[in-house]
Write a protein that binds this ligand. Sequence first.
Ligand code: 5AD
Ligand code: FES
Length: 353
Amino acid sequence: MKNLIDKLRNTQNLSREELLILLKEEDEETLEYLRKSAEEVRIENYGKDIYLRGLIEFTSYCKNDCLYCGLRRSNKNAERYRLTMEQILDCCKQGYQLGFRTFVLQGGEDNYFTDEKITDIVKSIKQNYPDCAITLSVGEKSKESYQKFFDAGAERYLLRHETADAEHYKKLHPKELTLENRMNCLKNLKEIGYQVGCGFMVGSPYQTDENLVSDLLFIKKFKPHMVGIGPFISHKDTPFKDEKNGTLEKTLKLLAIIRLLHPKVLLPSTTALGTIHHKGRELGILWGANVVMPNLSPTNVRKKYMLYDNKICTGDEAAECKYCMEKRMESIGYKVVCCRGDYKDFKSFSREN
Ligand code: 5AD
Ligand code: FES
């Protein structure tokens, strides 16, 4: 098995069958070898730096009805909110003072936020903080809309593909949402010139190891700049309320495999990982991740952005989260750095083409 791991590390390539074998591996010593290899590759590419992203959850309204998500429109118990432009800029101000140089604007698919409104927000942030990167995560839009946001100054976009298997996709989403459209959005984003992030939940209902291998092969082929993965966690007001959560072990194993498969990828140790285990985010880093995304949303709305039950950090101020994260990373010998944290090879002048 160690030679499979070496092969993956040296060639960034394994067959479907080989990936499946690796994914099913349970032997502790072998898994430690996998972890160590991923950590080494991470250090070769990014040292012991941890990139920070300030997450601003600016709307909890969503027109979609994904079966796993607490923000789904059918969830009548969800409290909805929208941040004003002023509130968003205020989050950025606080974040900037704390050393954040990337802001991630994330929200449900909310038609109140027209292209014009989003463009205005992006422009205002860019004007006030020209040295910061703006990441958008607002779901599926037309190529024209993505282009407008890009022209306004957004340079990164997160859109998890959720699963690379069309049949599995159908089991997680209502019929209006298709894998085909999701993949098309990802392709458009890349064509425009964004740094693009895809990703998936680990242990989502009906997911098989074969599905996960498809996710890995998709990542290998698509070569995203970022990959967001975290365990599925059930939400009490969704159709998946009684489904089992994804596990720590499986998520860590996948983080390590993704690092080896795609060495320069920006890989967050997610809040969901921190939610299923008190040291989840530290462990994610030790298994190959290199990004953390503390929350900058105003404290009074935090509990209303509940994608899943028991989400952590919902009572803390931005400054506390930043401080807590610094301590956590120091405790494992890593260092949170104050910079934009771009993808290593990314040619920022590609904007000019
Ligand atoms: N558990 C874990 N992750 C979830 N997401 C949505 N709902 C859940 C859940 N119940 C993830 C999805 C989405 C991202 C914003 O959050 O992958 O793309
Ligand atoms: Fe909002 Fe899925 S419920 S995007």
